[in-house]
Ligand binder design. Structure first.
Ligand SMILES: Cc1cc2nc3c(=O)[nH]c(=O)nc-3n(C[C@H](O)[C@H](O)[C@H](O)COP(=O)(O)O)c2cc1C
Length: 275
């Protein structure tokens, strides 16, 4: 990892901000200047690059001038995030049109910034961006269910009935007629991966926020998770995902219904201040 942490001596004011902010103490002040002392401890979080007040740190080839400046950057206010939380809805009626590809690409790029435990960054975003690709997945999904049924003849009713309806084109309980779907998965075997399930869930939650901000509606697809638990080979056969890999899916598309008001759930969770 030599050279991963480069300091522009002309710009460094030797304030030690990078050293103090280094989570695992990989950096050290040596002869009054910051140095990468313990490269094995570095989790590549880039805090040193982000915190340096003078832009003296280049990390892993990433130069400070290529980072977004926080000065004047519009950020969501507390009020706007509160409003979003009270009015965001799980969409179960989607428009026919595909989501704009450029917007989707932009969202998935930004989603790469979602935090992961120990900065492991082992996520894969498998995206079915169009109705055509989504319908192809629906067909593969039904075929995998039918292969499983033909092998064991043991399908629970909650799965068998919606599967028949989807096959007949009567109703899509699993995917709610969405034009697109994102499957977030984690390679739990990759080095340094500490929290694969949490990483997946956080990325899904942040996808929902980004998508909604772009007027794209979403719905958590717990049904896919339930089917995978029943048919462990399902995602291996459809998208090549290892059976043990944590994943979650988000349905998305333009909304076909508009909610006129928010819901009233502020008091749902028990708030337990201990001081
Ligand atoms: C983890 C999770 C899984 C979910 N799975 C499904 C699902 O498979 N199908 C569905 O229609 N809604 C699903 N939902 C949506 C919930 O039913 C919904 O969030 C809840 O009823 C509250 O409604 P709201 O999201 O519109 O506020 C899921 C939500 C979560 C958080």
């Amino acid at each position: 990892m030599a050279g991963i942490f480069e300091v522009d001596e002309a710009k460094c004011v030797k304030c030690g901000a990078c050293v103090r902010d280094c989570a695992f103490r990989a950096l050290k002040m040596e002869d009054g200047a910051p140095r990468m002392a313990f490269p094995d401890r570095c989790m590549k979080c880039q805090h040193c690059l982000a915190v340096c007040p003078t832009g003296a740190v280049t990390f892993d080839g990433m130069r400070p001038e290529d980072s977004a400046s926080v000065e004047g950057l519009p950020l969501p206010s507390l009020e706007s995030v509160e409003n979003w939380l009270r009015t965001r809805r799980s969409m179960r009626q989607f428009a026919a049109a595909d989501v704009d590809r450029a917007t989707l690409s932009r969202i998935l790029l930004a989603l790469g910034n979602a935090p992961t435990g120990c900065n492991a960054r082992s996520l894969t975003f498998t995206c079915f961006p169009t109705r055509e690709s989504m319908d192809a997945f629906r067909r593969d999904f039904i075929s995998a269910i039918e292969r499983h049924r033909d092998g064991t003849k043991l399908l629970p009713r909650w799965l068998a009935v919606p599967a028949i309806k989807l096959r007949k084109g009567e109703e899509d309980m699993f995917f709610r007629g969405a034009s697109g779907m994102l499957i977030v998965s984690s390679d739990e075997t990759a080095p340094g991966v500490a929290t694969p399930r949490e990483d997946v869930t956080i990325a899904c939650a942040q996808f929902e926020m980004l998508a909604n901000a772009a007027c794209i509606a979403t719905c958590w697809c717990g049904f896919l998770k339930m089917v995978q638990q029943e048919i462990p080979e399902l995602l291996e056969q459809t998208i090549g995902l290892r059976r043990t890999s944590p994943f979650y899916a988000m349905l998305f598309g333009y909304p076909a219904v508009r909610y006129a008001r928010g819901v009233q759930r502020d008091s749902y969770a028990r708030i337990d201040f201990r001081g």
